[in-house]
Design a protein around this ligand. Structure first.
Ligand code: PLP
Length: 414
């Protein structure tokens, strides 16, 4: 007797967690390990934010479904300043992480989904779980994974020919797994396309403040939505997990469009939240008010975090280049996404052809955990992606040991 509904039967443990288990198995044998597989920053959390969390440890009541008013205001103000826009607290929904909000969005929105390839591991299973069809928008590493008008049109066309109903597109800049930040011009191409086709755009900006090309945070499609019409169709998500090294506190948010459709979406998300997760944790929400503030010390913290990630990234990127791997220079987030094609012949001789095989070999033989390209949509339909993602948020490569890592981290973060 099968207890599980078909849509859930196809769910599998996320490859990120799977790699963690492989690491634990190797560690249990007492072997040393470099863990470049998990998408988590290990830099110290900001002291004031930590203090506020501790101060509210006795705050055990349920929070408002939409999130603390002060937090919604802090998020609205932070993003208004960051993007030069006028975002109101009423557009904001807070949740225990942005992942559940993305899940909810795919669940409640109409139509099939266009997604750049490669893309973060969870989008594809979430889309499929919501009984939607997924159509890839192909990108190219030689082009720094830029999304071209041609690729968008090809994907849309393929969806129509296959009898699909493409009504949603998702972009993620800076990107997990490629570490690439889209330019304003590239954003414009995507926004114009979505506007013409009346496709709702979800912009996952969880890495927006980890951006190596200068002090300002990265471009958002919201800044390209000048006439007011396109912005009616853009939903942004973000959260506390990456920039603030606080994934375990579970605070994420969505900003709904300022329009009638946006108000309707917000009402539906709140109803969904009220039946599903109720609200994010109270101490975490109070701490997040401080974290998202545009105070001098938080602005400084965000700048330092970017700087620290840029240092680690450059080190890893240069090392990979020196090894002869093909890799686009990262400009944000904390990942590099090299191709092992230059070593394809040597690897084939030891029986490694796919990125999954390479990933297993790296774990078992070299003591390095890296996520295979297959986790990012690269190897379905018989394609061999030949790439793998290395997380550089880890400081193992940059700092000699744990003490030095914290010392230097604190220096830079103060
Ligand atoms: N989006 C991207 C691209 C991510 O890499 C992650 C985390 O791994 C998330 C969203 C979800 O983050 P959280 O649920 O912690 O806000």
């Amino acid at each position: 007797q099968n207890l599980i509904v078909p849509a859930a039967s196809q769910l599998q443990l996320s490859p990120t967690l799977e790699i963690n288990e492989a690491v634990e198995a190797v560690r249990a044998q007492g072997r040393k390990f470099v863990h470049l597989g998990f998408g988590e920053a290990t830099f110290p959390i900001q002291e004031k934010v930590l203090a506020v969390h501790a101060q509210y440890s006795r705050s055990t009541s349920y929070m408002p479904v939409a999130g603390l008013r002060a937090l919604r205001q802090s998020i609205a103000q932070f993003n208004s300043t960051r993007l030069g826009l006028d975002i109101s607290a009423d557009q904001v929904v807070v949740a225990p992480g942005s992942k559940v909000l993305l899940f909810a969005l795919f669940d409640v929105l109409q139509g099939d989904v266009l997604l750049p390839r490669p893309s973060w591991v969870s989008y594809e299973p979430q889309v499929k779980h919501a009984n939607k069809r997924l159509f890839w928008v192909e990108t190219d590493e030689e082009d720094r994974h830029t999304i071209t008008k041609q690729a968008l049109e090809d994907s849309y066309e393929a969806a129509i020919v296959a009898g699909g109903n493409p009504r949603i597109m998702l972009i993620n800049s800076p990107s997990n797994p490629t570490g690439q930040t889209f330019s304003a011009e590239n954003m414009k191409v995507v926004v114009d396309f979505c506007n013409v086709k009346q496709v709702l755009l979800i912009s996952d900006e969880i890495y927006s403040d980890i951006n190596f090309d200068g002090e300002s945070s990265s471009a958002s499609p919201l800044q390209q939505a000048d006439s007011g019409v396109p912005s009616a169709l853009i939903v942004m998500t973000g959260g506390l997990s990456k920039t603030y090294s606080a994934g375990g506190w579970r605070v994420g948010y969505a900003i709904c469009p300022k329009s009638e459709a946006g108000d309707q979406l917000l009402r539906v998300l709140l109803a969904y939240a009220s039946e599903c997760w109720s609200a994010a944790s109270s101490p975490s929400q109070h701490a997040a008010v401080e974290a998202f503030s545009t105070s001098e010390h938080m602005n400084q913290y965000r700048k330092s975090v970017s700087k620290l990630h840029a240092l680690c990234t450059t080190r890893l990127y240069e090392g990979l280049l020196a090894l002869g791997l093909r890799v686009a220079k990262p400009s944000g987030a904390f990942y590099v996404y090299p191709s092992f094609q230059p070593y394809a012949a040597q690897l084939a001789r030891i029986g490694i052809r796919t990125s999954s095989e390479l990933s297993k070999w790296l774990v078992n033989t070299c003591g390095i955990a890296a996520l295979p390209g297959s986790a990012f949509g690269e190897e379905d339909e018989g394609r061999i992606g030949g790439r793998f993602r290395l997380r550089m948020a880890t400081s193992y490569l940059y700092f000699a040991n744990q003490e030095e890592r914290y010392e230097k981290g604190y220096d830079l973060l103060e």
